[in-house]
Structures are given as C-alpha cells and as structure tokens.
Write a protein that binds this ligand. Structure first.
Ligand code: AVI
Length: 319
C-alpha cells in the first residue's frame, strides 16, 4: 500500500505557479525539480552514464570501497529512509553493506518509479521490510506511524542537496532532523569543488544529452501548460557562478522572441536566458557549515583520492 502525501492537481498548480512567476522575473528561472518528467528522468539516467559526468560513478565506487566503515557508522538494524529515492541503485549497495537492516523506506514524488524500485528491493532483500512513501521531500511532511522510531538512518545521495539553495537545504536538513530524532544518523552525498575544465563538461557533454535534458523542460511547459516554445530557438548553456559556488544551467534565447505560456505572453531579448538549475559544489568547511545550520554535525566523511565527491556521515547536534 502506498502512503500518498501529494496529488496530481496540486502538482499541476505548483508547476504553473512556478513557471509563470519564474518567467516574470528579471532573471527568468524555472526550478530544477520540474526537469524530471518521464523523458527528463530517462535523460538524467543517461547523463549518469556519460564519461564526462563523474558524480554517479564516483559516489557508487565510494559506497563499495567504504562499505565496512559506512556499516559501522550506520549501526545494526537500520531503518533506512531515502529522500528522493528514484531508481535506488546506490541504495542497493548501501543496504547490501549494512548489518541486518530492518526497513527500507523510499520517499519520492514519482509513484510509478517508486513502485518499480519497491518491487526490486522486495525481491532482492526479502528480510528487509520495504515500504514507500509518496511525498515531495522538499516540502514539510510527517512520517507515518508505521516507520519504526529506533535506528533511523537517512540517505540522500547524488548531490541532490546541491540543487537546493541555501535556505531550502537548511530547511530540508531540519526536516530530516525532525524525522530522525536525536539518535538518528544521515549519509549525504555531495559534489566537491574542482577545476572548471572538469566541472563544465560534466554539465555540457559532447553528445548533447545534458542539452536535451535541459531543453526538455520547454517541451514539458508546452505540453502541460499550453506553451508555444520553439525548442530550436533556445540553446543549452552551463556556466560557473563563483558567488554561489555552483554550476548553473541556462536556456539561452537565440533571438528576440515572444512566447505564450498558459495564456500569458513573455518576451525574450537575444541572449536572454532562463536559469533552470544550480548545482552547488562544496568543500569540507562549506558542507560542515551547511550541516550545522540544519542541526547536524559531520562526524565522518568518505572521499575518493581525486577529491571529486564526498559522502558525509552526519549526527544530530544536541538540542
Ligand atoms: C540530480 N542532480 C544532482 C544533478 C546535478 O548534477 O546537479 C542534475 C544534473 N543536471 C545536469 N546534469 C545533472
């Protein structure tokens, strides 16, 4: 049985509201969470297998290489809560590494995707109770009463935290702290700062998959909100924003044009962009400061020899 903490109508209204207000700002923007419709999720899966996109394979290798230490950090009989579960590939590695895990609770807004993940986990880990929650983890929600209170372990891989702005990330960490209680633990994957000749190609690959992923957002606006974006009139761009320590994705208008969305008119100058994603990159001190702001401290961390990516082990700060 699914615990559903959202509905489609709410999603439509939220998408419409975000697009109309985002396109009305001086720097046009659309929040990155709308990149993930069915095709967007598929394109993102392709991105994770690209040569240029190092985060996924680096983080996966870290989970395998440090399985023992991660199991010790997590303790026996963990109740694993995964925020934004998606396909849950990395979680399979985590659950396989843990000592006698009791529960796996994937939390995601994409119910269909979640069903597939649940079926796979139940088949592979019959001794672990797998039960999903359909919810938007970026908004407040309470855990159902069936989630055991002891030994809760949050897992938030993929550097998804980097797609939240500082205030969203802090709120998310506080929510997670509220869900986990004072004896909980969390493992969070975060992408690290590195030279731009590695960072930029990761978000602007030679095969153009990331460009398709970004442009697909306009296709979604056209389909779901009655937009008339001509995709060929926009070009994908990945740029470094030093003030935010983030790689940003933009969709840049090739020429002056007017676009209709949900019956409203939006003008673009040539070269004007829609900001569609920020992907923040951290160093240890920056991540520690973020964790503290959300009620956590970094007690352990695991990183690759090239210093590309890190898994941070967090414990609650006593309150
Ligand atoms: C999901 N998220 C962590 C990815 C990232 O690296 O920020 C999304 C992505 N955007 C472009 N490529 C990958």
């Amino acid at each position: 049985m699914l615990d559903v903490v959202s509905d489609h109508n709410w999603q439509y209204e939220a998408f419409r509201g975000d697009v109309l207000s985002g396109l009305s700002q001086a720097q046009k923007s659309i929040p990155s969470r709308w990149l993930y419709d069915d095709l967007g999720s598929e394109l993102f899966e392709r991105i994770t297998r690209l040569e240029e996109y190092y985060p996924t394979r680096t983080e996966t290798a870290l989970l395998t290489a440090h399985a023992e230490a991660i199991a010790s950090f997590s303790g026996d009989g963990a109740v694993v809560l995964e925020y934004g579960a998606g396909a849950g590939i990395k979680t399979e590695i985590l659950i396989a590494a843990l000592r006698a895990p009791r529960f796996y609770v994937p939390i995601d807004i994409a119910a269909d995707f979640l069903e597939q993940t649940v079926a796979r986990f139940r088949a592979r880990f019959p001794a672990v109770t797998t039960r999903p929650i359909v919810a938007d983890f970026t908004a407040p929600f309470e855990l159902p009463a069936w989630v055991p209170e002891e030994r809760r372990l949050a897992f938030f891989p993929g550097s998804t935290i980097g797609n939240l702005d500082a205030s969203e990330a802090r709120q998310f960490l506080r929510r997670m702290r509220h869900h986990l209680g004072c004896r909980g633990r969390a493992i969070i994957g975060a992408d690290l700062k590195k030279p731009l000749d590695v960072l930029i190609p990761a978000y602007d690959d030679a095969a153009g998959v990331t460009a398709q992923f970004n442009l697909n957002l306009l296709r979604r606006v056209n389909r779901e909100l009655g937009g008339d974006f001509a995709l060929e009139r926009f070009v994908h761009s990945a740029r470094w924003n030093p003030a935010e320590s983030a790689v940003e994705m933009h969709l840049v208008s090739r020429n002056p044009q007017t676009v209709m969305v949900a019956g409203r008119r939006f003008h673009f100058a040539a070269g004007e962009s829609i900001h569609t994603e920020s992907s923040r990159k951290y160093d240890a001190a920056g991540f520690e400061a973020l964790a503290r702001s959300g009620g956590w401290r970094v007690s352990d961390s695991w990183s690759d020899s090239g210093g590309r990516f890190a898994l941070f082990g967090l414990r609650p700060v006593a309150s």
